[in-house]
Design a protein. Structure first.
Length: 299
């Protein structure tokens, strides 16, 4: 069968239900088909898919889930677990992937990014080093993709989709190419932060996530007034500085829990700039849908 945008996919469906249910609630295409988005739902007792998209795909589970989700690439199993709200998966373009589901009923948003879009933003080198993954937890990617899904039910502009895709790429490649210029994605934004200012601000945030960071401090790093900085940051990145900062703190906390399950909630809270573990727990649950303890124990 084909997906909404013509990419071929062989799909095998088995199970006592006698079939699967699938529907799209929103489909969009932007920038001469270099970006595509789908918001949809599917369900079935047993589903097996063999797919190879010509685009890079990033998928977020918006709701529902599965009893079992598995992924195999080039004959090697890379994941077996279950889907739940907030799970993010990434598959590079041209990667043959086998995926299977048991007792699945979920809503999702999928962003397909053409290789030429990646190349035009000079991310191809870094993205080539990002391995495919299934059902990771990432607060920033969840925030970006959830916002895109909401906007897709309206007449979302190509500018909005372009910035969302750019921020996704910048975040995906941050860990494998730290010195790349994230701001290249945003240089064309009229009235936004110029590249070097944005780069300095994002690097400052990453270097000081364990500390209190004020709007005044970020404005000083950017060399702008607080009012001007707040407006241009939001116009460039797509969210206000405080919201971006919270997402980065929670994403760092998730990474710490994944690396070392022996860390206490208090230790992680302090490591990502929260002075009170209770406040950290409240924000963490709001962003991820789980308590820090539950997330740590399931990582």
């Amino acid at each position: 069968m084909k997906n909404a945008f013509g990419a071929k996919a062989n799909v095998k469906v088995d199970g006592p239900s006698g079939g699967a249910f699938s529907q799209f609630s929103a489909r969009r295409s932007w920038l001469q088909a270099s970006l595509h988005g789908i918001v949809g739902r599917f369900s079935g007792a047993q589903l097996e898919l063999n797919v190879c998209w010509p685009q890079h795909s990033i998928v977020l589970t918006l709701g529902g889930g599965s009893k079992v989700t598995g992924t195999r690439i080039s004959g090697t199993s890379i994941y077996e677990g279950h889907d739940a709200r907030g799970c993010v998966s990434f598959v590079p373009a041209g990667t043959a992937t086998e995926r299977w589901y048991r007792a699945a009923d979920m809503e999702y948003v999928a962003l397909f990014v053409a290789p030429e879009f990646v190349e035009s933003r000079e991310f191809e080198r870094a993205l080539s080093a990002v391995s495919p993954f299934t059902n990771h937890r990432d607060a920033l990617l969840e925030s970006i993709l959830s916002s895109l899904a909401r906007e897709m039910h309206n007449d979302v502009s190509s500018c909005y989709a372009e910035h969302a895709a750019g921020l996704v790429l910048a975040h995906l490649t941050r860990s494998v190419w730290p010195d790349r210029a994230e701001a290249r994605v945003y240089r064309s934004v009229r009235g936004g932060l110029v590249g070097w200012r944005l780069r300095r601000v994002l690097e400052h945030i990453e270097d000081h996530l364990n500390e209190e960071i004020s709007l005044a401090e970020l404005s000083m790093v950017a060399g702008l007034s607080q009012r001007h900085f707040g407006a241009t940051f939001r116009r460039t990145v797509g969210e206000p500085p405080h919201q971006y900062l919270v997402a980065r703190r929670i994403a760092r906390a998730q990474a710490l829990f994944q690396r070392n399950r022996a860390l206490s909630v208090t230790e992680v809270a302090m490591a990502v700039g929260f002075t009170a573990s209770t406040h950290f727990a409240t924000v963490f649950r709001k962003v991820t849908g789980q308590s820090p303890t539950a997330y740590r124990d399931s990582s």
